[in-house]
Write a protein that binds this ligand. Structure first.
Ligand SMILES: Nc1ncnc2c1ncn2[C@@H]1O[C@H](COP(=O)(O)OP(=O)(O)O)[C@@H](O)[C@H]1O
Ligand SMILES: N[C@@H](CCOP(=O)(O)O)C(=O)O
Length: 321
């Protein structure tokens, strides 16, 4: 996370007075992350995370995100549990922003995942998809194919500031993906941002998943394609087939892929790379002055996109062989 909104001590104490969380012991801003303002919160009742929701999170979507975390926790999945205030509300207001407190999860994220971590991730992602199957709320994916052009268009003239050929590649990709985007695949709740920083490990097991603020209902295989992009490339931007196979095989053992999902996978992977390239590109150009945030490099996803453009079939990723 990051910190865009500062919280005044008195306001925080007033906010906490609505909860059964005892006395405030400390509250520190978290530099990691991009989307929201987050704080480590310690009270006499324990450790929590305080989140103030920022620009890309629509207030109307918060019941979906908070309800989903409650649903998944109740099914035994390791994820933060929203803390309800004395009136039973999981969502409040602090420093002029919608705000929530969730439970703190033990574990650490793996910066350089090995194939074994990718396999554990594949299992965890399939478990999330299975556990989300009966979640009753719906939220469309605002950052699916229809959202990419409106996100990019206002900044397209500045594409050359990031890479000489960025503008040409994005124009071609938007055209291709808007025309050929796979439809009718099995759908359900997806995390949509399950990057290594959002998966906690304890030893060699996954201890929890965090950051559900892009979660939505979309093609399940698209979530897998996002994970392939985020976990299975090395620092130089080359695809690691061993990690890819570990992820895909572990996922498919827990939730077998349909023939249509396998066939669609190359386009889904390409779309996932474009989605993160575009959000990173826009964030790169628009760092709010004074914000505690490290914008992520869009060029990492340009490299992935270049790779996906060379792929001819799902077999090239190790699928459907
Ligand atoms: N429930 C939690 N338990 C422990 N640490 C957490 C929890 N939620 C967030 N964090 C910490 O905050 C950081 C940023 O959280 P994240 O949800 O990824 O932010 P953002 O939505 O802004 O990207 C994480 O990398 C992690 O260190
Ligand atoms: N995962 C996205 C950025 C969103 O940040 P997160 O900390 O919420 O994962 C990216 O890497 O572009």
């Amino acid at each position: 996370m990051a910190v865009y909104t500062d919280v005044d001590d008195e306001e925080l104490i007033g906010f906490l007075a609505g909860y059964d969380l005892g006395a405030l012991l400390s509250c520190k801003g978290i530099a990691e992350g991009v989307e929201n303002s987050n704080y480590y919160l310690h009270t006499s009742a324990g450790s929590f995370i305080l989140t103030l929701y920022e620009k890309r999170v629509a207030e109307a979507d918060l019941p979906f995100f908070l309800g989903l975390m409650e649903h998944l926790s109740a099914k035994g999945l390791g994820c933060p549990q929203p803390v309800r205030d004395r009136a039973g509300a999981a969502l409040g207001r602090l420093a002029g922003r919608p705000a929530a407190i969730v439970t703190f999860l033990d574990g650490y994220s793996i910066h350089h995942p090995e194939p074994a971590h990718c396999a554990r991730l594949g299992e965890a992602l399939a478990q999330l998809h299975l556990a989300g199957a009966d979640f009753p709320l719906r939220r469309a994916n605002a950052l699916s194919v229809g959202g990419w052009r409106p996100l990019y268009a206002p900044f397209s003239a500045r594409a050359g500031e990031v890479a000489e050929d960025l503008g040409a590649i994005v124009a071609t990709e938007l055209e291709t993906l808007e025309r050929d985007w796979p439809r009718g695949l099995p759908e359900g709740v997806i995390h949509a941002d399950l990057f290594p920083d959002n998966v906690f490990f304890l030893g060699d097991r996954v201890s929890g998943l965090i950051d559900f603020y892009f979660a939505c209902v979309d093609s399940l295989a698209y979530d897998l394609a996002i994970c392939l992009n985020a976990w299975c490339f090395d620092a130089a931007g080359s695809y690691d087939a061993e990690k890819g196979a570990a992820l895909l095989e572990a996922y498919a053992r827990a939730r077998p892929l349909t023939a249509a999902e396998v066939e669609a996978f190359p386009l889904l992977a390409r779309g996932a790379a474009l989605r993160f390239l575009l959000t990173r590109f826009v964030d790169w150009l628009n760092v709010p002055p004074g914000a505690l945030v490290r914008p992520k490099d869009p060029r990492e996803y340009l490299a992935r996109l270049r790779f996906h453009r060379t792929i001819r079939s799902a077999r090239d990723y190790g699928l459907g062989a």
